[in-house]
Design a protein around this ligand. Structure first.
Ligand code: ADP
Length: 334
């Protein structure tokens, strides 16, 4: 609210400045004109008294008058030039201030969203693990082996979630300052197949498909980094789709590059959001109304790791709905 008031106040001040400036410009223009009229009138009387001219025509052709007229025109140009320069500077200044203000509001909103989501993301697995441990402590004797298994599995899953989150936080901080590719040679086709199997274990309700055009493709890349890239994209494909999502991953090799495509049939990404989703902490929508969990770090990590490999990432719409993420990376690091 205070921000809106401040904005209105600044617009009022700017409007006042513009009006005051216009008024002073018109006044200066009029004063110049009056001064010119008065000077030329005095000059004319003087010249008639000295007998230098007889008619108006002689006066307007005289050198003194032409000089006076030239000075007057120069002053007019000066006033007009200064005026235009002032208005351009003012408009540019307002535009820059406005842009800076919008950026600041945007990043404050993102930081707020991040804090809200990170608090939730950190607290909820901790609460679940605590609950699991308390249940085991209280009902140790009464629990059946399968109940015990279920509880410990759920505790482990939550611990995994916490671990992934902390890793993401550390990796994103590292990516901004000191990320170094740890190059390894490995079979990318097998690696991707393995990722799909792991995802199938975690998300039994999703339908994963993998197709490779490059069996046995050996690449030089950061295996841990690519685990994060592919893992984040596959997790997102599940997270932003309904139950029973069909997720397709494809590997294609083109000369010294290979592309990994991950397509889902989920909620899709509006065109105006497609560039922003790769920003750090950015999440589509508002934290107060959103139902999906997340921190807005995943795609930032994906983009930075792909970039560190000298590759690119693109996002497009899937048919009839959903999104397609396409990564292109060189098969050898430069
Ligand atoms: P998070 O998933 O933690 O919110 P990400 O950086 O992974 O953060 O993604 C940023 C945003 O991009 C998400 O909040 C979501 O709105 C959008 N998004 C990412 N992947 C998909 C997808 N496959 N389908 C629809 N929206 C997506």
């Amino acid at each position: 609210m205070t921000n809106i008031r401040l904005r209105i106040l600044s617009f009022v001040v700017i409007a006042y400045m513009l009006m005051a400036f216009t008024w002073w410009s018109v006044l200066l223009w009029k004063t110049l004109e009056d001064a010119f009229q008065a000077k030329s009138y005095l000059m004319k009387i003087g010249m008639i008294a000295e007998g230098r001219i007889r008619t108006d025509y002689d006066f307007y052709r005289s050198e003194d008058y032409l000089q006076l007229e030239q000075d007057y025109e120069r002053q007019q140009w000066m006033v007009a030039g200064e005026g235009i320069f002032f208005v351009i500077s003012l408009v540019m200044g307002v535009w820059l201030i406005n842009r800076g203000y919008n950026k600041e509001v945007h990043s404050t909103q993102q930081r707020r969203n991040f804090l809200l989501s990170i608090t939730h993301e950190l607290k909820s697995p901790i609460a679940s693990i605590k609950l699991v441990l308390e249940t085991i402590r209280k009902r140790r004797e009464k629990l059946l082996p399968e109940q015990m298994d279920k509880l410990t599995n759920s505790g482990l899953q939550e611990a995994d979630r916490l671990n992934t989150l902390v890793n993401d936080l550390l990796l994103s901080a590292k990516l901004e300052t000191a990320y170094q590719i740890h190059a390894e040679h490995f079979n990318l086709d097998e690696f991707l197949q393995d990722m799909i199997w792991k995802m199938e274990e975690r998300h039994s309700d999703a339908d994963f498909h993998y197709h490779s055009d490059a069996p046995g493709l050996i690449v030089e890349a950061d295996k841990m980094g690519l685990t994060s890239v592919v893992g984040n994209l596959l997790e997102n494909a599940v997270k932003y789709s309904r139950k029973g999502a069909v997720i397709r991953m494809e590997l294609v090799q083109k000369a010294r590059y290979c592309t990994i495509t991950i397509a889902d049939n989920g909620i899709g990404i509006p065109n105006e959001e497609k560039d922003r989703i790769f920003d750090r902490f950015y999440r589509v929508g508002n934290e107060d109304t959103r139902t999906t969990k997340g921190t807005g770090l995943g795609l930032f990590i994906v983009k930075e790791i792909v970039r560190a490999h000298g590759g690119t990432i693109e996002v497009s719409d899937n048919e009839p709905n959903g999104s397609i993420f396409k990564i292109t990376i060189p098969t050898r690091l430069k």
